[in-house]
Design a protein around this ligand. Structure first.
Ligand code: HAM
Length: 450
């Protein structure tokens, strides 16, 4: 037997989010949650695992996701066919129908969490990724479409992201798509020699998706193909125009992209994507649309729906590329101590400081030992704390602590001796008043929770 221990690594395409990135994730999630809250959306959490059939029915059997990207497995306990959710809408709609949530009127919902798709990993495309999404159930007019789009814009503004543009389309209703589809198939059949193998396979199952092809040899063909927008009836047109009117009145810039069709089958009428050029090939940071027929296909009463989902990894990348670097600070106060008695007093004081609402890291011994004052002070500096609280033999003897400001330009001069029992008030005073002239970003992670 070999002595060598096997090293494990994470599954390909599934990422660790390390503490260095955690402040940005927190900033994104807190900002997104407060924007959603400011529009009256409520949180919903659904399971990560659902029956496989749920996704096939909601997303469509002839889609990339259902055909080849789902992590599906048989529950070895009972033989159930289960799938790790590839997206959030199917589960939310299942929950809305199961709990009869729309019976007393429409609902505005949001969710966040990991999704799983067995895609080829590359920058911005992962096998486990996080989405932040919203679903508005039971609203039929274009006003809710505009609201969802405008709350995205507010989020980009709040995060300081300005290189995201909006693409918009209407894919009409089932009959309109049916008429377009017949003409589209006839058009492609007349040009069979230009179609690639994938397009030929999709020709009768899902011809709309051919319009989404990246194949350069097919671009002229798809550009000249019959446009779904030209097949919209009066009601669908009125809906689309109503949406554009609200967006125009609110100064929301957009491009109508007649080739925007989306990769999931549940959509009708409004579809949209927020896209950036700053991230390379995977530039869609948020996508969504209306799915009016979906709830009925789950056995619910006919109830319209619309929503979107954002790819959090992509937005974090964009924040890194565009935003100010967030200075991660671990705590407000770092406790430095030397000697057994000092350690006991440091523990007691650290608990009292936390009771007052501040974040405290207490120096603890490592295999290298308890650490000299000097090495502990280095750790205090690296922690990003505003203050080091120091307890040594002298302080224990005099019932005092030394408190050193670590973030002031003249930090060397800023060390004060304070009575042990007054240390908490002193720190709270300093940190609360210090925030008035806080430097930097609005959303900087602030460690004081009054
Ligand atoms: P989707 O377009 O499949 O739509 O995904 C939404 C967003 O999730 C994408 O625009 C992208 O930012 C992110 N995303 C998707 N796949 C990956 C991946 N493999 N790696 C990283 N990020 C990814 C939906 O999921 C719909 N449920 C959206 C929706 C909600 N429509 C109506 N309501």
């Amino acid at each position: 037997m070999s002595d060598k221990k096997e090293k494990f690594v994470a599954i390909k395409g599934m990422n660790d989010i390390l503490p260095a990135d955690a402040p940005l994730w927190e900033l994104f999630e807190n900002t997104a949650e407060s924007v959603l809250k400011s529009y009256g959306y409520q949180k919903i959490v659904t399971p990560i695992v659902e029956e496989t059939g749920l996704f096939a029915r909601a997303i469509g059997a002839v889609t990339d996701i259902v055909e080849k990207e789902m992590y599906s497995f048989t529950d070895s306990m009972n033989g159930d066919q289960l799938t790790l959710r590839p997206e959030g809408t199917a589960g939310v709609v299942r929950a809305v129908v199961e709990h009869n949530m729309a019976y007393d009127g429409p609902k505005r919902l949001w969710y966040k969490g990991p999704m799983f798709r067995h895609e080829r990993p590359q920058r911005g495309r992962y096998r486990q990724f996080f989405q932040f999404g919203a679903e508005a159930i039971g609203f039929s007019g274009p006003d809710i479409d505009a609201e969802l789009i405008m709350l995205c814009r507010r989020l980009w503004d709040d995060l300081g992201l300005d290189e995201i543009r909006l693409e918009l389309n209407s894919i009409g209703n089932a009959e309109e798509r049916q008429r377009h589809r017949a003409d589209l198939i006839a058009y492609f059949e007349a040009n069979m020699d230009v179609l690639d193998a994938e397009a030929k396979r999709r020709l009768h199952a899902n011809p709309l998706r051919i319009l989404d092809t990246k194949n350069p040899a097919m671009q002229d063909l798809v550009n000249a193909a019959p446009k779904l927008l030209d097949y919209l009836g009066e009601e669908s047109l009125a809906h689309f125009n109503g949406l554009k009117q609200i967006l125009d009145a609110n100064n929301v810039q957009y491009t109508v992209n007649p080739r925007l069709v989306r990769g999931l089958d549940y959509y009708n009428r409004t579809v949209f994507e927020w896209v950036t050029d700053a991230l390379g090939a995977q530039g869609t940071v948020c996508a969504g649309g209306r799915y009016d027929p979906l709830i009925e296909t789950f056995g619910g009463k006919p109830t319209p729906g619309i929503g979107f989902a954002m790819g959090i990894e992509r937005l974090i990348e964009l924040m890194k590329a565009q935003g100010e670097p967030a200075e991660p600070s671990q705590c407000d106060v770092y406790m430095v101590h030397q000697g057994d008695e000092a350690r006991i007093k440091a523990f007691i004081l650290a608990e009292r400081i936390r009771d007052a609402g501040l974040d405290v890291v207490l120096h603890c011994a490592t295999p290298a030992g308890a650490g000299s004052f000097k090495s502990q002070m280095k750790k205090a500096d690296a922690s990003g704390a505003a203050f080091a609280v120091i307890l040594g033999e002298d302080e224990v003897a005099n019932d005092t602590v030394a408190i050193k400001a670590l973030r002031e330009a003249d930090a060397a001069a800023q060390q004060n001796t304070v009575a042990f029992d007054e240390a908490v008030d002193y720190l709270v005073d300093q940190i609360v008043s210090g925030h008035d002239h806080d430097h930097g970003h609005d959303h900087e992670h602030v460690h004081y929770h009054p």
